[in-house]
Design a protein. Structure first.
Length: 390
């Protein structure tokens, strides 16, 4: 499936022939344009799994998978449309990856990706790994749009990772705690059962605070808050970090911490990013001054978000979901980079920050692992809402 988008040519700044030579040289240095694309070609690789609609009835989970791909594509297309309005033609080639290696292999063998200036996707880690060799061999940047994987898993200097990996979440929490709280009055406490799920966040948090022992905030670790309570002092400030997203464990932990707070213990809480999508008692989260990190936050009151929703409804007669917002931000950001910088766009990723509808981008470059988005929100439960505190 291929989709062609076009727009008028961008304006070109000119210099008077009668201007002094040194002035012309100076101005040429300032406005000398990069090599512009006559037409920027983007290949979007998403798992529509269109064959499923013909072969079998779909259950709810499968329907949601299809909805994710369609939502992302439609948001991405609107993002490219918006970038094209600045003055550049785009060719958007959309490929159904079907989440299978044979389908990706077919794309490569049929040469359908040739000439692409950017690959967006695949969306799952296995597909990204399979496409790494192609990206490196042909020196084509490849955007990882949805996977929160560690960039080192792919070892691709052309990879552009959008979603923050868990180490960045841990570092964001650690930096905020060390900046906000006084070491003389505070103890940082990690609650982790050390099961594999807890350790995804628990390990980098432990590494962060263990490295500061003797110099920063004192650090303690317990398997549960019930054990912590036996050692806690009411004269001490406790910053409790819970690395679990297991609903039953977290619910019991919140209940216990709330009771400790009411009993006079001075506790602030930092939670797992997945709590954003889980349904915990907000009164308890607010009472504990709970903070979580998140790659995204949509402000539905902003004019830009309202405008996007109206355009999405008009184009597709449907409400945009989470992945439509993600798709728009990625499509618009990279489309805008093509417009601004032509074939030099990669050189500007670490300079051109972006505050989007859903995601914001601030990239660093790793010579071995590509470009990594480091922008993370710190959200606190206040007034029955999540407020961005940094």
């Amino acid at each position: 499936m291929a989709l062609y988008l076009s727009a008028c040519s961008p304006k070109v700044q000119t210099i008077s022939k009668n201007a002094p030579a040194d002035e012309k040289e100076k101005k040429e240095e300032v406005i000398k344009p990069p090599k512009k694309f006559k037409e920027a070609m983007i290949s979007l690789l998403v798992p529509f799994n269109l064959q499923d609609f013909r072969s079998k009835p779909l259950n709810k989970a499968e329907i949601e998978k299809h909805a994710m791909a369609i939502d992302f594509y439609q948001g991405f297309k609107l993002g490219i449309d918006s970038a094209a309005s600045f003055g550049l033609s785009f060719k958007l080639l959309v490929h159904d990856t079907r989440e299978t290696t044979p389908q990706l292999d077919e794309l490569l063998r049929s040469n359908l990706l040739a000439g692409s200036h950017l690959l967006v996707g695949p969306v799952f880690p296995e597909g990204l790994k399979y496409m790494t060799a192609y990206s490196i061999q042909h020196n084509v940047p490849m955007v990882s749009p949805l996977a929160a994987s560690q960039p080192a898993e792919f070892a691709n200097p052309n990879l552009i990772s959008i979603v923050n990996n868990i180490d960045l979440h841990a570092a964001r929490i650690g930096d905020h705690i060390t900046k906000k709280y006084k070491a003389q009055q505070t103890t940082a406490v990690l609650i982790s059962t050390k099961n594999p799920g807890d350790e995804v966040l628990g390990k980098p948090l432990r590494t962060y605070f263990s490295a500061q022992q003797g110099q920063g905030i004192p650090f303690e670790e317990y398997a549960s808050v019930f054990t912590m309570e036996t050692k806690a002092l009411k004269t001490r400030k406790y910053v409790v970090m819970v690395s679990s997203s297991d609903f039953k464990f977290v619910t019991a932990t919140l209940d216990k911490l709330s009771k400790m707070k009411k009993a006079g213990y001075n506790i602030d809480l930092y939670g797992h990013p997945d709590w954003l999508k889980q349904n915990y008692t907000i009164e308890k989260l607010q009472a504990l001054n709970t903070v979580i990190t998140s790659s995204y936050k949509v402000n539905y009151k902003s004019a830009a978000v309202i405008d996007f929703i109206k355009k999405y409804r008009k184009a597709y007669q449907f409400e945009p979901g989470e992945f439509a917002f993600k798709g728009f931000d990625i499509g618009f950001y990279f489309g805008r980079e093509f417009v601004r910088h032509g074939d030099d766009y990669l050189k500007h990723l670490t300079k051109d920050q972006y505050k989007g509808l859903h995601n914001s981008f601030s990239f660093i470059q790793d010579e071995e692992n590509g470009y990594i988005n480091t922008n993370l929100n710190l959200l606190q439960y206040k007034n029955f809402d999540l407020i961005n505190i940094e």
